[in-house]
Each structure stands twice: as C-alpha cells, then as structure tokens.
Design a protein around this ligand. Structure first.
Ligand code: PMV
Length: 353
C-alpha cells in the first residue's frame, strides 16, 4: 500500500511595510499592501508533515506535539478545504491519480521558536502547511497561487512562500483572486542585508493581531490616512530602494512604517501597546547609532522594526551587525548573543529564493 505523506518547511518573514487591517475578514483581504523580508536561518522556521490516508476518520492537526482543534469554517479548515479542492481539480483532469482529495489528512507542525511572541509564527506555520499539502497533492501551483490559500490562514503567511523581498499586493477583486504575494527581489539580489532578532520577551502577546486589527479599523481615524495617503507611495519607494540596493531609503521607510503602525495602535480605542521600555530603548540606540553616522557625513547604518509584540528586528548591512550587537549588549549586559539566540539575540540573513 502506498504511503501518501509530505514534509515542507517555511521561514518567518518580517514586514518593512506593515499589514494592519482587513477589508474582508473571512477571505483575509487587507486594507493596504505590505512588503517583507523572508528570513533564512534554521532557527526561525515551521516544519509541517501532512499525511492522507483512507483509514483516517477526520482531519486532525498537532502543533508542537499538542493536538489543536480544526474548527468548522475556521482558517485551518478553510486552508485544508482549498487545498483539497485544488487536488480534486487535478484528479478530475487526470483520472489515474489516486483520489487523495477524498481522504482525511493528519498534519503535524513544529515551530523551532516561541509561538505567538511577535515572531510571526502564524506566517511560517500556515506557509509550511500549504506547502506540505501542495507537495502531498503534487499540485503544479506556483508560490503566488499558493499564497492565495496561505493568506486565508493568516494574512502575513502569504509572504512566507517566497524568499528574499516579498510584496503582498492588496488587490481589488472582491473574491481575493488578485490579493497575492509576489517576489520583489530574490535574496541573492541584495545578500548584504541581514536581520538581527532581539527577543525582548517570548511571552504570548496581549492583543491578537486579529482583534487588534479589527479594533483599529473600527476606531482609528489615523489608519484611514495611512491606507489612502501613505502606504501606496511607500510601497513604490521601498521597492525601488530594494532594486537599487539603497539602504538609506530602505532603512528610513522601514523605521517610519514601524512607527506609523505603532501609532495607529495607539490611535485605536482602547489603545493597544505592543512595545515596552526595552523596545523603546532599542529604538533610541538605533536612532543614536544612525545620528552619529549621518553627522559624520555617512548614511543610515541600521533600521529597527517591531511587529505586534515587543521584540525588535534590526535590518543592517552585514558589516554593521557585530557593532550593533556590541552596542546593544553594552546596554543590556545580560544578553548573550552568540551562545543562545533565543536568550536574546540571533543574527540571521534573508531567505534564498
Ligand atoms: O498575519 P497576521 O494576522 O499575524 O498579522 C501580522 C501583522 C504584523 O505582523 C504586525 C504586520 C505584518 O505585515 O506582518
């Protein structure tokens, strides 16, 4: 008897232009386009194995060794159903293919980093899930096509299906058919950029991105200004900066966009605070580090960005990473960057295409 099983893994991505706000909560269609860098180190990945078997009585999922309920109509169920639908289309075209779309699946997923700590575990998780099912089902789908499905698991997951610099285009179609990820540039285009992950806290976040986004869209006047007047231009400018390998512009936009994302959180009623005092100290250090460089006639040397949690990601040319680590360790002497990447600081490059 054949064994129908496949394993795939996907890395975390960290946005430079933040996705925050849905125009359709079921299909997960965003209120603005976003752009991220897919990280490539082994310690920030989700790995997922899927198996289809006629003896399975229902679809089941284990996350980090613990079974998670697949709720009817929920995001997991939607992703699995969409993948089965694509498999069914393939079976209808090729009648000799085994009828895997009619079997239930067992899915086992593992993150090698803290779940829900502002390190985008849902992004790598849903991307790995969709990839493993696409492999199991031998689907001839491109990463952009698969991104349409991963998006319905967790919006930011659509960007983890590709390496390097990735845009999620918000699209205009009401059915979401053009709300997908595209690669702006592969990792090899700009290998010099590295990311330094500063794990300030690995606690679970207080306000989930889903409820935070909803509250922001419902109550913040500032987010309307961001959607209409700010993000479209930033998407064009940062894409151009990536093409030109212009770190100064890339860094400026990345920091401005992180600041505006946290400003719309503060503008939400009641307000949402994702950063803490350590986060703000890291901002002050990066600002000072850049100020000294610019005042000496140089350019920006580092860019901070923060997602829905207190952890910092610092993008910088590789040659600056050691200096930045030393600067941060000087202020937080308990940090031990090279022995224990999750005790505090792990450096990582960006993911290959
Ligand atoms: O995909 P979600 O629901 O986990 O939302 C992610 C939101 C941010 O990480 C804050 C921004 C982004 O673009 O990744």
């Amino acid at each position: 008897m054949s064994l129908y099983q496949a394993t795939a893994s996907a890395p975390v991505n960290i946005a430079c232009i933040k996705y925050w706000g849905k125009r359709d909560t079921k299909l997960i269609l965003p209120t603005n386009s976003s752009l991220s860098v897919t990280l490539d180190q082994d310690h920030l990945r989700s790995t997922t194995t899927s198996r289809a078997d006629p003896s399975f009585t229902k679809d089941r999922l284990w996350l980090n060794g613990k079974e998670d309920e697949i709720k009817d109509g929920g995001r997991l169920a939607t992703c699995i159903a969409e993948m089965k639908r694509m498999r069914k289309e393939l079976e209808d075209k090729s009648p000799n293919e085994p009828k895997l779309s009619s079997y239930n699946v067992h899915i086992c997923s593992h993150n090698n980093f803290p779940t829900a700590a502002g390190l985008a575990s849902s992004a790598s998780g849903f991307a790995a899930l969709v990839k493993s099912l696409a492999t199991l089902y031998a689907l001839p789908a491109s990463p952009s096509e698969l991104s349409l499905i991963a998006r319905q698991g967790s919006g930011s997951a659509c960007r983890s299906l590709m390496g390097g610099f990735v845009a999620w285009e918000q699209g205009t179609s009401p059915n979401g058919s053009d709300s997908l990820a595209i690669q702006v540039a592969p990792r090899e285009h700009w290998e010099d950029i590295h990311a330094l992950i500063c794990v300030v806290s690995d606690d679970k976040k207080g306000t989930s991105s889903t409820s935070g986004m909803q509250r922001t869209v419902e109550t913040s006047p500032l987010i309307q200004h961001r959607i209409r007047n700010v993000v479209p231009q930033r998407m064009r400018d940062i894409s151009e900066a990536i093409q030109k390998k212009d770190f100064d512009t890339f860094a400026r936009i990345t920091m401005q966009d992180s600041n505006q994302f946290h400003a719309v959180c503060l503008d939400t009623d009641p307000p949402i605070f994702y950063m803490n005092d350590v986060s703000r100290t890291i901002i002050a250090l990066v600002v000072e580090y850049n100020r000294v460089s610019v005042e000496a006639g140089g350019k920006l040397k580092a860019a901070y960005t923060f997602d829905a949690g207190p952890n910092a990601v610092i993008y910088a040319p590789k040659e600056n990473i050691r200096e930045i680590v030393e600067m941060i360790v000087n202020y937080f002497p308990q940090a031990d960057p090279f022995k224990d990447p999750f005790g505090l600081f792990g450096t990582t490059g960006v993911q290959g295409g």
